[in-house]
Design a protein around this ligand. Structure first.
Ligand code: NDP
Length: 447
């Protein structure tokens, strides 16, 4: 529980104001608890009301999206964009299209994005958006009409120097293409207003792979520095089979690990011979199919319906699906089966209780804000290339990504060390991100 009066007061006020914002309050509590040593040592943050300002977005936009489905029926969805904090750059963060989206989910994601973007060392503010629209089972034409209707409102709030959205769950290259087309049509401008674009119109090489690759670069660096070890010959389990999960699996395999399980929302597959990535890519990326189809073509593989991957024994666990997907029971199973390191590819995939259990059991825990920052980092590199009207080689982008991920590990460790917290990557990441944004806010005055 809280040790400083200031953090306690700010959290209780947030809770009293909107007790239904569960995910957002969870994310706020985690950050406030982490930064208590900083608040205790630096009264300036309370004097400048930094926490009250940080937990309130600069701006929050909610809108209706009206579109027509293939049957000619009018459909209505809710949509949001939280422009959370612009102290260190244009608002930056993805768009999520999933039926579970509501204002608390987007608000928590926007809040987390502020600290994550600060950790990259780039000039990126934090924001997030999305809609409760479900692209699953929709035709390309329906997805296009939805994206056009969504952008018909969003376009007036974004811009290459104002707010630069990207993809997230349910928003990949196809959706970004339709969103970009509509933005260009409405504004008559060709600018880097979205990232994750196709290479044909301003995308960056390496952006698709960046979150998953970055997660493995971060994990490898942590294993090297704190465990004198690496991916070689380790058993890896990954949840999800979307953008982040697939490229995490690819890099983990390249670094010598053996990925034996992956999942989607219908269950998980276990392949003792190691997951065949070509097959997963074909099923999930090309055919937009279900993961169960994998076992039809791999004789030793099994599909376990409606269960989570965390019951599979592993050395390295990479949650890459969604928030709160590792609860206390899942954490206990992982610990019992000997997991050595958990690195979060998804945003906030472990519940607070699960995190406590990992930390108490000396499992090395790599928090999402730091470990999955590779995606937004390469989005930042895409913005830089768009501004300069140049395209960097994949080697150049990958080299920069590796450097950024190593820097995040080092920054987190040195922030933890500064406050006497040892090798605490979890609190170190929150402290490092907080200090950068808070100090920029103080320098920019009372706004
Ligand atoms: P995708 O839409 O490409 O894939 C999401 C995957 O997670 C799918 O396999 C999906 O299964 C599964 N999933 C989603 N929701 C649930 C759920 N409620 N229960 C079980 N499984 C679920 O998304 P991304 O790979 O882009 O994103 C995954 C995570 O990574 C998210 O937390 C996102 O915020 C985070 N992230 C993404 C970044 C990016 O660059 N894309 C950057 C940083 C973080 P199904 O197909 O059955 O729905």
């Amino acid at each position: 529980m809280f040790k400083t009066k200031y953090a306690k007061k700010v959290f209780e006020a947030a809770e009293a104001r909107a007790p239904w914002e569960n995910e957002f309050l969870q994310a706020v509590k985690e950050v406030l608890l982490s930064i208590e040593p900083v608040l205790a040592a630096n009264p300036k943050y309370e004097q400048h009301a930094i926490l009250e300002r940080m937990i309130n977005p600069d701006r929050q936009i909610a809108f209706r999206v009206t579109w027509v489905d293939d049957a000619g029926k009018i459909q209505v969805n809710r949509a949001y964009r939280f422009e959370f904090n612009g102290a260190i750059g244009p608002y930056k963060g993805g768009l999520r299209f999933h039926p579970s989206v509501n204002s608390s989910v987007i608000k928590f994601l926007g809040f987390e994005q502020v600290f994550k973007n600060a950790l990259t060392g780039l000039w990126l503010g934090g924001g997030k958006g999305g809609s409760d629209f479900d692209p699953k089972g929709k035709s390309d034409a329906e997805v296009m009409r939805f994206c056009q209707a969504f952008m018909s409102e969003l376009y007036r709030h974004i811009g290459e120097n104002t707010d630069v959205p990207a993809g997230d769950i349910g928003v990949g290259k196809r959706e970004i293409g339709y969103l970009y087309g509509q933005y260009r049509k409405l504004t008559n401008e060709f600018t880097g207003v979205l990232t994750g674009k196709s290479l044909d119109f301003g995308g960056s090489l390496g952006r698709t792979e960046a979150t998953g690759y970055g997660l493995c670069y971060y994990t490898a660096e942590v294993m090297n520095q704190l465990m004198n070890d690496g991916f070689e010959d380790k058993t890896v389990v990954i949840s999800g089979s979307g953008n982040v999960a697939i490229f995490a699996a690819e890099k983990a395999t390249e670094l010598g690990g053996k990925v034996v399980a992956m999942s989607d929302s219908s269950g998980y597959i276990y392949d003792p011979d190691g997951i065949h990535l070509g097959l997963i890519k074909e099923i999930k990326l090309e055919k937009r199919g279900r993961i169960a189809e994998y076992v039809k073509l791999r004789k030793n593989a099994k599909f376990i319906a409606d269960k989570k991957v965390w019951e599979v024994a592993c050395d390295i666990a990479l949650p890459c699906a969604t928030q709160n997907e590792i609860g206390a029971d899942d954490a206990r199973k992982l610990i019992k089966n000997g997991v050595k390191i958990v690195a979060e590819g998804a945003n906030m995939p472990s519940t607070p209780k699960a995190i406590d259990l990992f930390r108490e059991s000396k499992v090395v825990f790599c928090p999402s804000k730091a470990a999955n920052a590779g995606g937004v980092a390469v989005s930042g590199l895409e913005m830089a290339q768009n501004s300069m009207r140049v395209a960097w080689s994949v080697e150049e982008v990958d080299q920069r990504l590796q450097t950024i991920m190593k820097n995040i590990v080092n920054q987190s460790l040195s922030a933890a060390d500064k406050y006497g917290l040892g090798n605490d990557l979890f609190n170190g990441a929150n402290i490092s991100g907080f200090e950068r944004v808070a100090d920029a806010m103080i320098e920019q005055g009372v706004i």
